[in-house]
Design a protein around this ligand. Structure first.
Ligand code: 5AD
Ligand code: SF4
Length: 475
């Protein structure tokens, strides 16, 4: 039973439901209802939240920055690692007693899908639990929650639908996410995603291209194509475009100056993608190619379906591109059974590839995943040690990589300003942050959203510093 609601407002009671509505100030002409949404996890989740926010705004809600001011509090959650999963329960517990009264709480995303109705037991003040495969039903589910119904769920996973909405409320006015596919059909032994996002389903190329043109008309110049595994994009329409064809078609939308894509599975990464990058200046000089481990033995146990040599072959294709393409990756240390020799293979892979940036994680056992059956857990302290060693090595590589750019001129998309340092924040095509100043005597007409050419003067492991050399097009 929900102990945080007024006594009269218990589930199943008509009077209770009516009172609950009044209590929330909903549908009483007291101005717009408010919502707060906090997002954890990957860019897919960030963009899902943009779509959810747009759907709510279209229903008359107003977004607020503080959960305390909100009638509806939503957490869009990630369960890829245990730490990410714990965050949502810690957020929810803050409202258990104090400010929870009268609010409707919803858990969305991967934790919602994974835990399902068990969330109502852990956090009884939650009344809405919706996994990402059910977002199309969100308006209907919200209506039920608005009407005071408790324990509203959207947890169907077996769907061939994608979350199509014309209402996405994007966070940035310059860079836009665009979903091309959802779900994942791979069986990586460590990964919970197939259990939280369902099977692969692609949007039609016509829908994607129409959205790209609409984004251009709305003033966006950079598009990031999103999918759990973009390389397995399969156009369900008769056009039958494959991913490199779709990538080229988006790159050719007039007015779109930069196109990125995320994430590529190395097994499905083809030379055609490199050819597309070579033939389209608007395709950014950056590919994220998660390797996870440098050891063939571990890769096989992870069920990644490629070997170290096959992965390095793809790196060689990228290195043979006409432009210098920056390559980034994800790595896991301490996968079950990973020996010191396996770990040494991962370190040597870092030397072989010299990644421009890498996200690295300690292996975290996840519910339902095949890796749970492997046993041979690596002790937590050993995982921590390996992670520190790996991150220190990568830091040195990154610093050296960034130093190679000192003296060069880079085009940046200006994202914002750091007032305290008098610096503009820019991002290069290679996805590096390049903070820059405008030399004395040069008029500072820089604005967020414009493109500028910047001379790199200094390099750190995580960003570059430079000076404006000329002002590019304002868009
Ligand atoms: N433990 C640790 N890291 C994981 N990742 C995915 N699942 C796990 C897990 N169980 C990492 C992978 C993936 C990134 C998004 O998160 O490196 O590429
Ligand atoms: Fe996290 Fe994966 Fe879900 Fe993204 S898809 S939110 S990374 S569990």
């Amino acid at each position: 039973m929900n102990t945080d609601k007024p006594a009269a407002a218990q589930p199943g009671s008509f009077v209770g439901a009516a009172l609950l509505r009044c209590y929330n100030g909903w549908r009483m002409g007291q101005g717009p209802r408010t919502f707060y949404i906090e997002t954890f996890g990957c860019q897919m989740n960030v963009h899902d939240s943009e779509k959810v926010a747009g759907t709510l705004i279209a229903r008359g809600y107003r977004q607020v920055d503080n959960p305390r001011e909100a009638d509806l509090v939503l957490y869009n959650t990630c369960s890829v690692r245990d730490k990410a999963e714990q965050k949502v329960f810690s957020r929810l517990s803050q409202f258990k007693r104090a400010n929870g009264h009268g609010k409707v709480f919803g858990v969305l995303g991967c934790v919602a899908q994974q835990e399902g109705a068990a969330i109502f037991e852990k956090a009884p003040h939650v009344s809405l639990v919706v996994g990402s495969a059910s977002y199309r039903r969100l308006p209907e589910l919200l209506e039920q929650a608005e009407a005071g119904r408790q324990r509203v769920t959207g947890l169907e996973l077996d769907t061939d639908e994608t979350f199509e909405t014309e209402f996405a409320r994007r966070d940035s006015p310059h860079r836009a996410f665009l979903t091309i596919m959802e779900g994942c059909d791979n069986h990586c032994a460590y990964c919970v995603v197939p259990f939280t996002r369902g099977r692969e389903r692609s949007r039609t190329s016509a829908h994607i291209l129409r959205e790209a043109a609409e984004l251009r008309d709305a003033g966006y110049t950079e598009i990031q194509l999103l999918g759990q595994n973009v390389n397995s994009y399969r156009d369900p329409s008769p056009a039958r475009m494959n991913f490199p064809e779709l990538l080229s078609a988006v790159a050719e939308v007039p007015g779109i100056r930069r196109v990125r894509f995320m994430t590529s599975h190395p097994r499905d990464f083809t030379r055609q993608i490199v050819a597309a990058i070579d033939s389209h200046a608007s395709l950014c000089d950056h590919v994220h190619l998660p390797v996870q481990s440098g050891s063939d033995r571990v890769l096989a146990r992870m069920q990644r379906e490629y070997t170290r040599a096959e992965y390095l072959e793809r790196i060689a294709w990228l290195r043979s591109a006409r432009r210098r393409v920056s390559i980034t990756t994800d790595l896991i240390v301490g996968f079950p059974g990973e020996t010191e020799a396996d770990f040494a293979e991962t370190l040597s892979l870092l030397d072989a590839v010299r990644y421009d940036s890498a996200f690295s994680f300690k292996y975290s056992p996840r519910p339902n995943t095949p890796a749970l059956a492997l046993g041979e857990a690596v002790p937590e302290s050993e995982k921590g040690r390996r992670l520190a060693v790996l991150q220190e090595k990568q830091r040195e590589i990154q610093l050296a990589r960034n130093q190679e750019l000192v003296g060069s001129e880079q085009e940046v998309l200006v994202e914002g300003r750091r007032e305290a340092l008098g610096q503009w924040i820019g991002r290069t095509s290679q996805n590096r942050v390049l903070n820059f100043t405008v030399p004395e005597g040069m008029p500072d007409t820089i604005r967020p959203g414009c493109y500028a050419a910047v001379k790199v003067t200094r390099a750190g492991p995580n960003s570059l510093v430079g000076e404006l050399s000329w002002r590019g097009t304002e868009v």
